[in-house]
Design a protein around this ligand. Structure first.
Ligand code: MEV
Length: 433
């Protein structure tokens, strides 16, 4: 069984971390080999994935530690270029552990395909005719993907909406609701919409214009919650550079920060960006389409016609901090890059997941942990101190530091409270003199 707490992981060398990881997840070094060779994606494989390929693009891959999701320890692969994200998620997962970890659920994996029907003479009549033919349209859509059907997926429902447009006049939109099981689903849904279009045209007498899935996957949502005893949130003397913060103070600070995001779209965008720091890192590490997840998240955040926070933070009657997150989560573990990218395959093995819904539950838990990490820092010392010490290393490398020099240059910049490329170059010159 995997243990997601690995003490001292931060201080190990790359090779030691890989060995610990293989041990903790009961994997062979071969299972994690992709992580040793820049993600293991060869230029030849890349050439089969996209057009005009000339090579591959690598990102750092870190491990989110301490996660317990639905009672199971899980080591979470996170691909991200931004410092502090992996450390923040791991630390918050440790605090959440004290309250039992993250409890997460998903809805059925239902995606929506849209068909835009224009040039319809009588919209009301066409709408009813579509409903009259619903059973045969669904049967037709169902027969398109026998593999998906074998695994329990297929067409589930059909809805017809009427849309007013000042540009082209009113038109119909048919929503095909499709259960895509463990796939992300775009291919299955797009194929179904394209195939169904002629039948929809003959029923309505109109012309089917667009036939494409909607990234507002509001029928395929993932939810996570965590309960954190407020004493766990305290910012001790060792951690804080200014003053200690009590657990209650931090808890109330997080709740006030959430109130800001709930009320103000300018803040909500940044608040949700913090959630996406965690979400995208896992989505990318598993070879999933992070643009789809981003589009779905922000559209969902604006579903009440006012853009707001995707998460909530409040306290329960015992005074514990309670966080929740709900968002669309159209991720798959079969098909596309999830199947052909060696690092994506390693990620699935590492998390020991068997279904897309399990992956979605982990991702949304990481999003909630990441959100809490940002709010805890913002509500107390601000994010710059923690952020800067890691950022300083990148600046040192950009200034030409290598080996031991990276840490030395970074540490001096942090001490001097100036993390800038010209400063790094100056320190480097002094150290080399
Ligand atoms: C930075 O990548 C993310 C934060 O701005 C999120 C937030 O403000 O909540 C720290």
């Amino acid at each position: 069984m995997t243990a997601s707490r690995i003490s001292g992981f931060y201080n190990l060398t790359l090779d030691e971390r890989r060995a610990k990881l293989a041990d903790a997840a009961a994997l062979s070094p071969d299972d994690l080999a992709a992580y040793v060779s820049n993600g293991g994606l060869s230029a030849e494989a890349a050439d089969h994935m996209i057009e005009n390929a000339i090579g591959t693009h690598a990102l750092p891959l870190g491990i989110g530690l301490n996660f317990v999701v639905n009672g199971r320890d899980v080591l979470v692969p996170m691909a991200i270029e931004e410092p502090s994200v992996v450390a923040g998620a791991s630390f918050m997962a440790k605090l959440a552990r004290a309250g039992g970890g993250f409890i997460a659920t998903t809805s059925e994996p239902l995606m929506i395909g849209q068909m835009q029907v224009i040039n319809v003479a009588n919209l009301e009549e066409a709408k009813l005719k579509l409903y009259e033919h619903k059973a045969e349209l669904l049967a037709e859509a169902d027969a398109i993907d026998p593999v998906l059907k074998k695994f329990g997926g297929g067409a589930r429902d059909l809805e017809v909406r009427m849309i007013e447009s000042s540009n082209i006049g009113p038109f119909l939109v048919v929503h095909l609701i499709y259960d895509v099981r463990d796939a992300m689903g775009a291919n299955a849904v797009n194929t179904a919409c394209e195939r169904l279009a002629p039948h929809v045209e003959s029923i309505t007498g109109g012309r089917v214009h667009l036939r494409i899935l909607s990234n507002l996957a509001d029928r395929r949502v993932a939810r996570a919650r965590c309960t954190i005893p407020s004493k766990e949130l305290a910012f001790g003397k060792g951690e804080s550079q200014t003053r200690p913060y009590s657990g209650e103070e931090v808890r109330d600070g997080i709740i006030a920060a959430y109130a800001f995001a709930a009320a103000d779209p300018y803040r909500a965008a940044t608040h949700n960006k913090g959630i996406m720091n965690g979400v995208d890192a896992v989505v990318i590490a598993t070879g999933n389409d992070w643009r789809a997840i981003e589009a779905g998240a922000h559209a969902y955040a604006a579903r009440s016609s006012k853009y707001t926070s995707l998460s909530t933070w409040n306290k329960d009657k015992e005074g514990n901090l309670v966080g929740t997150l709900e968002m669309p989560m159209a991720v798959g573990i079969i098909g596309g890059a999830t199947k052909v990218h060696p690092a994506a395959q390693a990620a699935i093995k590492l998390m020991n997941i068997k279904s897309a819904s399990e992956l979605a539950e982990i991702i949304v838990s990481v999003g909630l942990a990441q959100n809490m990490a940002a709010l805890r820092a913002l509500a107390t010392e601000g994010i710059q101190r923690g952020h800067m010490s890691l950022h300083a290393r990148q600046v040192a490398i950009a200034a030409g530091a290598s080996g031991d020099m990276i840490e030395k240059v970074a540490a001096q910049m942090v001490t001097e409270k100036t993390v800038r490329i010209d400063k790094a170059e100056e320190i480097l010159r002094q150290l080399k003199a």
